[in-house]
Design a protein around this ligand. Sequence first.
Ligand SMILES: Nc1ncnc2c1ncn2[C@@H]1O[C@H](COP(=O)(O)OP(=O)(O)O)[C@@H](O)[C@H]1O
Ligand SMILES: [Mg+2]
Length: 260
Amino acid sequence: MVATLLHEIPLQGGDVTDGVVRVGDTVRRPVGPFTPAVHALLRHLEAAGFEGAPRVVGVDELGREILTYLPGTTGLRAAVVTDDALAGVAGLLRDFHGATAGFPLARGGWQAGSNDDAPPEVVGHCDVTPDNVVFRDGRAAALIDFDLARPTTRLFDVVTALRHWAPIADPVDRHPLLRGLDVGARLRLFCDAYGVPPRDRRRLLELARLRFHRSYDVMRTRAATGGGWARMWAQGAGQRIRRAAAWLDTHEEELRVHLV
Ligand SMILES: Nc1ncnc2c1ncn2[C@@H]1O[C@H](COP(=O)(O)OP(=O)(O)O)[C@@H](O)[C@H]1O
Ligand SMILES: [Mg+2]
């Protein structure tokens, strides 16, 4: 046990989960009620030959999940704000959705979250932030952190990714690297690279608005459970959602031009 602990390297980058560590070629993460569903999904992805997700190794002697460590880099930096990087994230998300085909959408046990009203089409990742995409050799290579995965529409997962990657956010809340970007052009680029059909493009901004309202309530509920969610809420996550929704309302017409 002591030998194991000595070789634990804390991994930071996510805001939420305390105690994520690297041990050799593995990652150890705390489990939750949703972990069995997530492991079933990751095993399905492995069987489908999808390379862009960690593999489940098991559970360690401390009750933590053991996943494979995926080499590469996570987090926001200049190299992941390029058009090529954005197109790569869109392609990775499309391939992930494709690989979930055949996974039973009726399976329960996922972490609750905001969602689309339309019937689910795929199991979505639902948290495609820069901290949750591994880049390797300059390309978006893998998704990690499937704690929020749940059945949803493809478009809902696209909207969630665009919230962070376009980004759909008030400039006052954006990382400096994301401030000068042409958000409308990036919405279009992402949709083109993913292959979002015209009908879904026309619904994208409306769904983004719906998601903001629902996410605010979900985040507030999660914050009441304490831990990382409470920390995020105390640091203004709710206010950032409110400002992002207001920014979207103000800019909706100019963004819409890119989605017709
Ligand atoms: N399987 C993995 N391979 C490589 N890095 C990982 C892996 N899992 C987590 N990490 C690293 O640890 C960070 C935090 O882990 P994550 O699972 O995203 O937790 P959180 O719930 O806090 O976001 C990630 O941003 C990433 O840098
Ligand atoms: Mg994370």
